[in-house]
Design a protein around this ligand. Sequence first.
Ligand SMILES: Nc1nc2c(ncn2[C@@H]2O[C@H](COP(=O)(O)OP(=O)(O)OP(=O)(O)O)[C@@H](O)[C@H]2O)c(=O)[nH]1
Length: 362
Amino acid sequence: MFSFFKKKPKTDEVANIPASAPQPASQPDSQSASQPILQPILQPHPTPISTPDEILPPPESHSAKQSWLTRLKNGLSKTSNNLTSLFVGAKIDDDLYEELESALLMSDAGMEATLYLLDELKKQVKQQKLTDSEQVKTALKNIFIELLAPLERSLELGRHQPMVMMIAGVNGAGKTTTIGKLAKHLQAHHQSVLLAAGDTFRAAAREQLTVWGERNNVTVISQESGDPAAVAFDSVNSAIAKGINVVMVDTAGRLPSQLHLMEELKKIKRVVTKSMEGAPHQVILVIDGNTGQNALAQVKAFDDALGLTGLVITKLDGTAKGGILAAIAKTRPIPVYFIGVGEKIEDLQPFNAREFVEALLG
Ligand SMILES: Nc1nc2c(ncn2[C@@H]2O[C@H](COP(=O)(O)OP(=O)(O)OP(=O)(O)O)[C@@H](O)[C@H]2O)c(=O)[nH]1
């Protein structure tokens, strides 16, 4: 496990950051500055719940970290090969920029982010009089990191009791798997968790979550039939009564074009707010990293409907091309809390812009 809690000073600014304008993770933070190697995954807030002030993890296993980075790198290898091969012994001319444009578009970066990256690169090449292709590649890497850095943000714990998280996404994006992995991470940090089986369409999904909850000592609230909003309402009330720290509301997969189902999501959100003022505190969209440019359309549609506070991008171990993060950063910069490179619990890790770009551009 790489993750750990860190006590974060209480600042109202943190609570009020709008989802569409995330703060760069590189903001001054004296504690993270003193722990440069470890990336906080979940940061507790000192009040009002009784999380210890600071829980440090066991020392990070170097081999586990390497294995995670290797899987990320393997997952993004197609894009990485396409991009890095362009720079090998290349002359810095219009041909290079054209090929770079094609490679970025192929990586799902989209037109806006691609043009931005190219413009910035051309500027730097000119200003710094770069002539060596390796220097140009490094310049591109740095521009890419700067573009993605505002997406890097930790999930803060302890500000609300319970913290209510609503999880949405299209069918098969990895919502339930992500909830399972997150629940385990949270438990490992002494957070009690309650799950609301809000996927009332698929009996199998409900059962999957219930069995998983029994196995992992997590309470799951489900109803045989009916209204996902009612399940969410009951779950939040139950969590309040039992003093549970975190409620995660699973929802059925749906396409943004299924307008009645998008309305249903809005209703779940409204009802959750009725059960606890200020809730849901997190509205998270889970995206399959292999979805290509369609992922951007999903982000926009779910954000318009629900006001997203964060994203989780799964399946970056598959045929994902990775450039979609640039598209998200440029057009709808919603924080990416976690990325997933597999089905095991340790395969879900906090998004780190530098690591990601290193995997993408070698
Ligand atoms: N390779 C890989 N597979 C993943 C990852 N995350 C989830 N999966 C798999 O993706 C499939 C769908 O995951 P679910 O968690 O059931 O997706 P869901 O969004 O809850 O699906 P619905 O409830 O049908 O909408 C499962 O087979 C998961 O094991 C990942 O990061 N990498």
